[in-house]
Design a protein around this ligand. Structure first.
Ligand SMILES: [Zn+2]
Ligand SMILES: [Zn+2]
Ligand SMILES: [Zn+2]
Length: 259
């Protein structure tokens, strides 16, 4: 019987910027033996047909690619240029070395400009033969195509920063978010699978707390919600027990089928 491979979203990492465990921390979550409390930095891989679209090349990308056998990447969408979300860009060089083709990287103008500064050596290589990734940078706004698939930017606030979330079909991916602007709510209408940042219980200036994230869920009413960018205040099992139906903390390696 021929096997049917469905499209999916694979959570490569679900932790906040420090990852969990936090270096030098011995709290219950950091010392937990539950693998779901072990969180690499937040990143996800869309698997659509044979296409692999990376959502944020996070600082743990090499580990994630090895752990989850990410043997090729066709395109990269970047939400914003914070270190935890882009410091894996250099690791992409192995793919372009193998295919001798550049990888397209998509982001807002601010994100692309920041990538050019942060990775100056990539765009002005010091010499031939130096190992740098081949990246084709694309500034995006509104709707755009990646590998022939229609994506939509969802502008969100991350503290004072304007950053991007992305939507494909009825899936939305919003990581570092402290506010959804009025104009972005209509762009989220009809979302059935929501990936949303929920840092911790206590409020934070640049990230939704768990309660704030739940308020977004209550308003959007997606079929399924997966929280990411989680810090060491949240024990996976005990928090999941308290969440409403259809809402859970994501964990590294969770793979959800997409319609
Ligand atoms: Zn982050
Ligand atoms: Zn800890
Ligand atoms: Zn951030």
């Amino acid at each position: 019987m021929a096997s049917v491979v469905s499209d999916s979203l694979l959570f490569l990492g679900t932790g906040t910027s420090s990852g969990v465990p936090v270096i030098g921390c011995f709290c219950d979550v950091c010392c937990s033996s539950n693998p779901k409390n072990n969180r690499l930095r937040t990143s996800a891989l869309l698997k659509i047909g044979s296409k692999r679209i990376l959502l944020d090349p996070c600082v743990d990308f090499r580990q994630q690619a090895l752990r989850f056998s990410v043997d090729h990447v066709d395109a990269v969408l970047v939400t914003h240029p914070h270190a935890d979300h882009i410091f894996g860009l250099d690791e992409l060089r192995i793919y372009s070395q193998r295919t001798n083709a550049p990888i397209s990287v998509y982001g807002s103008r601010a994100t692309i400009e920041e990538i050019k500064v942060t990775f100056r050596y990539v765009f002005r290589p010091p010499q031939m033969g130096g190992g740098v990734p081949q990246l084709d940078l694309h500034i995006v706004q509104g709707s755009f195509l990646v590998c022939g698939l229609p994506f939509q930017t969802i502008p969100i606030k991350h503290g004072v920063l304007d950053i991007e979330g992305y939507r494909i079909g009825d899936v939305a991916y919003l990581t570092d978010c402290s506010e959804i602007p009025q104009t972005s709510w209509p762009l989220l209408e009809g979302v059935q699978t929501l990936v949303l940042g929920a840092l911790r219980f206590r409020p934070h200036p640049t990230h939704f707390s768990l309660d704030q994230a739940l308020a977004v869920v209550a308003r959007l009413k997606p079929k399924n919600t997966f929280f990411v960018h989680i810090c060491h205040d949240m024990d996976h099992d005990s928090v999941c027990e308290q969440l409403p139906p259809g809402v859970s903390l994501a964990y590294d390696g969770l793979e959800i089928p997409l319609e």
